[in-house]
Design a protein around this ligand. Structure first.
Ligand SMILES: Cc1cc2nc3c(=O)[nH]c(=O)nc-3n(C[C@H](O)[C@H](O)[C@H](O)COP(=O)(O)O)c2cc1C
Length: 189
């Protein structure tokens, strides 16, 4: 029997969304899905017709999606409206907001990063979420290093150790796996 197909379309600037997508794909494959992954900066999406589910993921920078991921939402908008769609973003800011208890800020960015975006394209995703991201001080401009220097203490206090010198990964891999498993249940409903 042919396997059900899932398309994951994503965009990344610092690499976190790529490895998050790989983990999502691993869980889907364990559940016997045939998964195609497209990095929009490297490859064009040719068709979405054959996929039962389309997962769309973008890294955040200055509160903006990767523009080519948004380009995909525009180009395939009519088809996406008729599909099962799930959306996630990689937000480096989330863990800090959680650590500082900034609930209103979490609400604001959830609306801006996810709800406003799906409304803009008239999509009704079966699931939307925010995962953590990576802060790589080696890849930042001097201005940002200065701006974010004070946050290092918060990363450490919040329990995020350096994964490499200057790199803090704020993702919770269990959250990523659990979200994917719940998504599979929703698709099968
Ligand atoms: C210059 C800069 C700006 C950022 N702006 C935001 C932001 O507005 N909101 C947010 O949640 N995270 C922000 N981040 C953290 C990123 O979301 C994090 O690095 C994440 O891993 C990005 O996804 P990517 O690695 O797939 O590109 C920013 C990071 C940098 C270096």
């Amino acid at each position: 029997m042919e396997k059900n197909k899932v398309l994951i379309v994503y965009g990344t600037r610092y690499g976190a969304t790529k490895s998050t997508v790989e983990e999502i794909a691993r869980v889907l494959q364990e559940e016997d899905y045939d998964v195609k992954i497209v990095n929009v900066k490297e490859e064009k999406v040719r068709t979405i017709a054959e996929f039962e589910l389309v997962i769309i993921g973008s890294g955040m920078r200055m509160e903006r999606w990767v523009s080519k991921v948004e380009g995909f939402l525009k180009k395939y908008n009519e088809e996406l409206k008729k599909k099962k769609v799930a959306i996630f973003v990689s937000s480096g800011g989330l863990a800090l907001m959680e650590y500082k208890g900034e609930l209103e800020e979490i609400e604001r960015v959830t609306k801006k990063y996810l709800e406003d975006k799906s409304s803009k394209y008239a999509l009704h995703p079966i699931s939307m979420t925010m995962f953590g991201g990576v802060w790589d001080y080696n890849q930042m401009s001097k201005i940002f290093i200065k701006f974010l220097e004070a946050e290092r203490e918060n990363f450490i206090a919040a329990g995020f150790k350096e994964t490499e010198p200057g790199v803090y990964d704020t993702r919770n891999w269990d959250d990523i796996r659990n979200w994917t498993r719940e998504l599979i249940e929703k698709v099968r409903m």
